[in-house]
Structure formats: structure tokens, C-alpha cells
Design a protein around this ligand. Sequence first.
Ligand code: ADP
Ligand code: ASP
Ligand code: MG
Length: 404
Amino acid sequence: MKLVVLKFGGTSVGTIKKIEKVADIIKKFKKKKYSVIVVSSAMSGVTNTLIKKSKEICENFSEAEYDVLVSSGEQVACSLIAGRLQHLGFNSRSWLAWQIPILTSGPHKNSRIIKINKNKIINFLKDDGIPVITGFQGINTVNRVTTLGRGGSDASAILIAKFFDAEKCIIYTDVEGVYTTDPNKLKKAKKISVISYEEMLEMASLGAKIMQPVSIQDARLNRIDVYVRSSFVKKSGTLITKKSNIINNKIITGISSTQNDSKVTLIGVKDKPGVAAAIFKPLSKNLINVDMVVQNISPNGKETDLTFTIKTEDLGRTKKIIKDNRHINFRKLSFEKGVSKISIIGVGMVTTPGVTFRMFQALAHKKINIKVISTSEIKISVLIDKKNTKKALEVLHKEFKLYK
Ligand code: ADP
Ligand code: ASP
Ligand code: MG
């Protein structure tokens, strides 16, 4: 049985017209004698609207109810796709995650798929059926609905491909594939034809919304090739695969940028062992994600400055937690909203000296000031003023020849 998993994102199923197009794509695979499992996200905007409602109804809406609420968007989209396929003469039906079931573990809002019961779907495929499965959701050991984190229908598709041993997993979206940077931020960004799991994981974790980071981890662990392509235009997309499948002479593969980051600085912190832990412990307890961190060397051995970045939505809570923290002493607290983290990513940098210097020099030529730096084996990130984001993306594309 030649089996393919086709996943459609929110923008691909955003209107009735688009769902008709989706059904036509599915029809083409059936014509080529493929067995098809469809996975869909909610119609675009629906999940955001539901989350907004959960915030409006009360301040501490429970996480279990959040999952019941936000997973409902996928039900609508899947039913409409199945309905259209039936209209075209196919044997199709929708499947909610609990009806299969797709079993998950972990906390509400951020669960992970651990097992998928295959029997019902296999029997339906044998009857030439097209199952349309809700992405983004599962159930846990106590039969409660769970969700897989924002963008989680990517993970659903990849793990369905794994459990059913599919020949292909194709992620259909509103752009032609993975680009060197978000094509909606930089028009001249180039489509990448093939990218390693490692690079895709960094790009996604550092702000490229095109794929959910967790889903790329799942693909890498299970060695699933993932194709990303457009549901609107018939053009080749991007293959996400293992490094050894790629011949690439580029040093840098892609550039990611973030939005809505803020920088926090504690000036004149009493420098003694355990001080950083005392600052970050209550932040982590309140689930505030701290990203880049730098601590200056204290000139007199008594005081130091500590800078870190967080999401701007957490700024109010962070301020309060630091001010209320009786375990730390500092002279001044300062904040800066409107910063952006720009990251260059590429496995090629491991073997190429001078990449850091070239990045800094290119930014300096454009008079872009670097506030914080962090690096790992295959990425270099810098924090800059958000207003310089586009300029930075442009100059780094030129420096690392990504337009070619
Ligand atoms: P879907 O609804 O199909 O899941 P998403 O909105 O989750 O789509 O992801 C697609 C969007 O990702 C694109 O519209 C694009 O703006 C954004 N994006 C961010 N970085 C990249 C990148 N490097 N390449 C392609 N798209 C990107
Ligand atoms: N509908 C969910 C979201 O908006 C899942 C997804 O799009 O993959 O996060
Ligand atoms: Mg998505």
C-alpha cells in the first residue's frame, strides 16, 4: 500500500473555496493510486479567536478546558474536508483524535503523542476510505482531550506518518516552502530546496513559524522526510531530511528573527555565588521563559550587571517578580521593549572560521548596534533594535550570499 500523509494548515483551509482546492489536491493523490490520510488544522484565525474567548470568560481558565475549547477548531475543518470529499464521490469521514484514539502524555496545552491506535484507520483505508484526522489534539490516560502546543498539527502529521509507516509526509501551507527567512518579512528571501533537521529545528525554535519546533524533533528522531509545499501553487517545495542526504556548499542556510522580545537589565547586583539562580528561580516557577542571558564581569568583584531577554507579554509579571524578590539586591532595574533577535543558522559554520566576525562587521556597516550575543554550534544570535530587523535581514542575506 503506497500511503501518503497530507497535512493542511489553517490558511489552506481558511475558506470554503480553499477547502474545495484542498479536496482537489487529495483527489490527485487518489488518482495516482495512493492511499491518503489527511490531517488538518483549524480554519485560519479560529484557534486565536477561541483563545481570546478563554481569556474573556475568566482570568484563570483551566488548562484542561482550554484544550477542549481550542481543539474544537480542527473538528470543523475536518468535517468540511470530509464533506467535500464525499461530494466528489469519495468514501471519506472525519476522525477526532479521541475516536482513534491518539494517546498523549505530558501537561495540558503542551502534550506529546506517545501512541496511535491504528486498527480503525487501517480498516477504513482498506475500504478505499480517506480518513480526515484532526491535528493538534489527542487524549490522555484519564480520557481528557489534550492539545500539542501552537502549530501542533505539524507534529500530528509527522507522527501519524511514523505510526502508519507512510511513504511521504507533505505539509501544505500558504508559502511555497521553507525560505531563507520569512518571505512575508523579506520579499527577496529565497526558497530552500533541502534543509537538515538540525537547521530546521534551529530556524523554527528561533522564530520561523513555518514548522512547529517539536514536530521537527519528532521527524528527526524517527527519520521521517518532511516535504513542505504550497496548497495554492503547483511548485516544488522544501525537503526536510537528514544531513547526509544533503550536498550543500552554503555556510549559512537560513536566518530567523523574533518579534515581541524585551530586554531586562539589573544594574549593580551584589555579586556572590547563587545570585543568578536567585533571580531566575521565581521566573521559572512562574513559567516565564528566559532566553538570552549575559552577566558582565564585575570590575570590583562586588557588583555586576545582568541582562536577559523575555517575551514582551511577560514583561509586567517579570517586573513585579524581580521587585518582590527579597533574595536579591541591585541598584537599578531597566527594561527595553521592541528588541528583536536575529539568528544566522547553518551546519556549514562548524567548518568555516570567521562567520561571527562577518556577521558583526556586516551589521556594523549598516550602523546596527548589537546588544546581546549568544552562540551554539550551528547558530549565532544577536539582539538588536526591532526597527532594524529588515535592514539586518537584508545585509546578512548579502553577506552570506543567500540571494543566489
Ligand atoms: P499553516 O497555517 O499552514 O500552519 P503557519 O502560519 O503556521 O501556516 O506557517 C506559515 C507561515 O510561516 C508563512 O506564512 C510565513 O509567514 C511564516 N514563516 C516564518 N518563517 C518562514 C520561513 N523561513 N520560510 C517560510 N515561511 C516562514
Ligand atoms: N490550530 C492550531 C494552532 O493554531 C494548530 C495548528 O495550526 O497547527 O495553533
Ligand atoms: Mg503552522
